[in-house]
Design a protein around this ligand. Structure first.
Ligand SMILES: O=C(CO)[C@@H](O)[C@H](O)COP(=O)(O)O
Length: 226
């Protein structure tokens, strides 16, 4: 099955966000990173801006919360109409209950795990979630290197999802480029976040390719995996 590509606007130009959203219209989703400078050492954007992105985006929103107190905040992001809301397993008191709340608000419910967090606890509630996000870098910043040592967790998640027969997506996020996407897809990823490798080149930079070409290149690379 072809992978889904979800470009991360963390690498977009925030002053020209509507323009940069339109530059990725041939992707499948748009990945929106919400960071609070507590759960991660970086600060990005919050609820009012996500509401506005929801209004102008040509693509469904794949909101990724890297914030403390997910139980309080995640339902509010679901209520914006976001297609998918991902909270961090480490930041939720009861991930299973929170996932049910998100579904009740009309969003797909997803759980992210940091590179050092085991995946097994998440695999116990596959019935109640729509996606697992295996972070392939430490969350907080774009432009980091893909961590190969997260692949055993990705493989374990793929095997558990397949065995369950459930339609649970498996996403990776961090350090994805034309090479590392092969590793991620070989190990079971079906949904791919890519920030700097999609937005690296800006309009007017001469021979550099733009986001549409970068998305096509990622799709082509992933399609090479049998
Ligand atoms: O969540 C994060 C970073 O914590 C990501 O979504 C980044 O935006 C990915 O950026 P690249 O590694 O693809 O540059």
């Amino acid at each position: 099955m072809p992978v889904r590509i979800s470009p991360s606007i963390l690498s977009a130009d925030f002053v020209n966000l509507e323009r940069d959203l339109n530059r990725i219209s041939d992707a499948d989703l748009v990945h929106v990173d919400v960071m609070d400078n507590h759960f991660v050492p970086n600060l990005t954007l919050g609820l009012p801006i996500v509401q506005r992105i929801q209004e102008v985006s040509p693509l469904p929103l794949d909101v990724h919360l890297m914030i403390d107190d997910a139980d309080r905040w995640a339902p509010l992001y679901a209520e914006t109409g976001a297609y998918s809301v991902t909270f961090s397993a480490e930041a939720a008191r009861d991930p299973r209950a929170l996932a049910k709340t998100l579904r009740g608000a009309g969003a797909r419910a997803a759980v992210a795990i940091k590179p050092g967090t085991p995946v097994e606890p998440v695999l116990k509630y596959l019935d109640d979630i729509d996606m697992i996000l295996v972070m392939t870098v430490e969350p907080g910043f774009g432009g980091q290197s893909f961590m190969d040592d997260t692949m055993p967790k990705l493989r374990a998640a793929r095997e558990a999802i397949d065995a369950s027969g459930r339609d649970v997506w498996l996403e990776v996020d961090g350090g994805i480029n034309d090479t590392t996407i092969l590793t991620a897809v070989e190990n079971g990823a079906d949904t791919i976040v890519a920030g700097s490798s999609v937005y690296a080149s800006k309009p007017g930079e001469g021979t550099e390719t733009g986001p549409a070409e970068r998305i096509a290149a990622l799709r082509a690379a992933a399609a090479r995996v049998a």
